[in-house]
Design a protein around this ligand. Structure first.
Ligand SMILES: [Zn+2]
Length: 299
């Protein structure tokens, strides 16, 4: 039986123990209060690693019988265990997180191999594992403060889909990375707050439903931007399954997205795509982090 520990580091830490790709027991969470959104931003990278090691110790320490692999999912560009960039968790930028975690775990007497993955890739892996489709191309958009793009199977590359350019308007400059015309600059939660200084994104979407013209135009732009980015990936890697999740997936109206997508993808061999909303939860990413770590062991 393969056992793995899955850890997700986003605006909170979540950690769970997996046996044969299934979560056993309730995942651990820090901070406990889900409304506390900025708890991790001010914590230095070394302390974050120590906190993760403490969580893993509870789940895979001497009392619980260890594990075969530890998978940690983090937002940003992750290659070879190094977090090359992480706009929404800047303190881990540039760190060899896999090595930092390895050392922190060794201090707890844990020598299990550690694999670090991008958080959206982990969700794609988790979706593929829980849907029994580990042999198929699975793509996921995560809608939150940042916009994440994940794919399974993992292929080397950058894949920063949230920063794909979807507008040529020089006034589109709200992306967290500073780039002009980016998807995240339109869809990201932080970007929406910068655009609408007088209302929260929730109010923008609610007012659009009530017929407010400025809000309606923005909600249309928001869906068109996501359609444009999705269409670009369909034109590059082909049709297939796209999933949408994350804290702000409640803003997404699939019929609106689909009608824009239909205007953008006109070649008939490319029209067999499917779109599905997944309720945001930590479990899919935890499973994906664990599955990715076990796969990385085998290669
Ligand atoms: Zn950007």
């Amino acid at each position: 039986m393969a056992t793995a520990i899955g850890v997700v580091l986003t605006d909170h830490i979540s950690a769970g123990r997996l046996e044969n790709q299934r979560l056993t027991g309730k995942p651990l969470r820090y901070p406990n209060d889900p409304e506390e959104l900025d708890a991790l931003v001010t914590i230095p990278a070394g302390e974050l690693a120590e906190m993760i090691a403490e969580h893993v110790d509870v789940l895979a320490g001497k009392q619980t019988g260890g594990a075969d692999a530890i998978g940690v999912a983090v937002p940003g560009i992750v290659r070879g265990g190094v977090v090359e960039d992480s706009p929404n968790l800047p303190q881990i930028k540039g760190s060899h997180l896999a090595n930092v975690l390895k050392k922190a775990l060794e201090a707890h007497g844990i020598t299990t191999p550690v694999h670090v993955a991008n958080d959206a890739d982990a969700i794609a892996a988790g979706v593929a594992a829980t849907h029994g489709q580990l042999n198929r191309l699975t793509r996921v958009w995560t809608l939150g403060n940042g916009i994440g793009y994940g794919r399974w199977p993992y292929v080397d590359g950058v894949w920063e889909g949230g920063h794909i350019t979807v507008s040529l308007d020089p006034k589109e400059r709200y992306c967290g990375c500073g780039g002009i015309g980016h998807l995240e600059g339109i869809m990201g939660y932080r970007a929406m707050r910068l655009r609408f200084l007088d209302m929260e994104p929730e109010e923008v979407f609610a007012n659009a439903k009530k017929g407010d013209e400025r809000c309606r135009e923005f909600v249309d732009l928001w869906h068109r931007a996501l359609a444009a980015a999705t269409a670009s990936f369909i034109h590059l890697a082909g049709p297939g399954r796209f999933y949408f999740t994350g804290r702000n997936v409640e803003f997404l109206e699939l019929p609106q997205l689909r009608s824009h997508l239909e205007t953008m993808v006109r070649m008939s061999p490319l029209q067999s795509y499917s779109l599905e909303i997944l309720p945001p939860d930590d479990e899919t990413a935890l499973i994906g982090a664990g599955v990715s770590a076990l796969r990385a062991l085998a290669t």
